[in-house]
Design a protein around this ligand. Sequence first.
Ligand SMILES: NC(=O)c1ccc[n+]([C@@H]2O[C@H](COP(=O)([O-])OP(=O)(O)OC[C@H]3O[C@@H](n4cnc5c(N)ncnc54)[C@H](O)[C@@H]3O)[C@@H](O)[C@H]2O)c1
Length: 361
Amino acid sequence: MAKTNLQFRDLDIGTHERVIECIDSSVGLHAIIAIHDTRLGPALGGIRAYPYASFEHALTDVLRLSQGMSHKAAVAQVGTGGGKAVIILKPGQIKTPELLRSFAEAVNSLGGQYICAEDYGVTQQDLALMAQYTRFIVGIPQTSGNPSPFTAFGGLRGIAAVCQHLWGSDSVEGKTIAIQGLGAVGMQLARGLFWAGANLIVSDINPEFVKLAVRDFSAVAVSTEEIASVECDIFAPCALGGILNQDTIAKLKCRAVAGLANNQLLTSEDGERLLARGILYAPDYVINAGGLINVCQEIRKEGYDARAARVLIAQLYDVLLKIFDLAEKKAISTNRVAQEIAEHHLDTGIGKRMQEPVFHH
Ligand SMILES: NC(=O)c1ccc[n+]([C@@H]2O[C@H](COP(=O)([O-])OP(=O)(O)OC[C@H]3O[C@@H](n4cnc5c(N)ncnc54)[C@H](O)[C@@H]3O)[C@@H](O)[C@H]2O)c1
């Protein structure tokens, strides 16, 4: 494979510790790595490969996503900071092994300040290839692999916390839960809820996934337009971002929203809208932190242990109960409480990494 020909440009972004544009025209690489905050540990976050309409769109996305990772990691206390990378694809461009190698070398040049992982548009095979060229990578097939079962387990614990808070018992038995999206995490969540006794309403743009849920879990199928407004106890968004907005919140007929999709609130005011409607919201980056908690177990001195991940993810139950209680006491939205906790941890060093990460692959 030809040697890479990387060039870097530091972008001066006041909100972030470091933002680097990476270009290797010999292999068609154009990427941005954003390091938001490393006060609690090295920045960790996925690589998103997407045909962005412009450089500005890509920059906006990577800045927002890396800041979100800082908050997610700070609340979960995993000893990492917030980072993210985007690879800007040209229309129709595919990620070649040469491009991925060059990106891996860009990651190396940061000396471990940024640890990369999978995100939209990047596969386990891509990660496996990059792992040949960089140590600073987690979630590869030969270590912890697919994070979605762990994310879904966190979802089950989060929904149990919702039930405890609203109905005084953590059981989902007899509760009706509407799931939007039956992909990697949505289907696992559906399975767990079914076996715990819940009744399911489901929707997906893929009719095969819907058919499976109807057959295996006796789920009731509804259209993609209906799912956010069906009558249910809990609405669980597991597909798209921005699903909770002025329009959809007015139509919700549930007592709580607790799902695994990222960036569910279109704007932070939507958290206030849910509060005003008396709908309990499990902040997305808290309830869906299971995947992050899992990959962080890879860089322990002792090496990866799925049981350690399970113990820590189970504690999302307590974290969410605390958020719900605080929000009720202060009469503010749950997303504001989550943000306050994240900022408090960042400012005071709660959950700060005490040992250097160890890369075992
Ligand atoms: N996989 C993880 O471990 C993980 C971790 C944290 C957060 N998340 C978030 O959870 C969400 C789902 O992730 P995933 O890994 O399951 O992705 P996925 O692509 O496997 O699943 C998404 C599913 O949503 C469906 N979908 C898309 N548009 C829809 C619509 N309008 N209505 C109904 N269904 C629709 C798709 O057909 C697909 O089945 C994403 O927001 C992701 O960022 C995932």
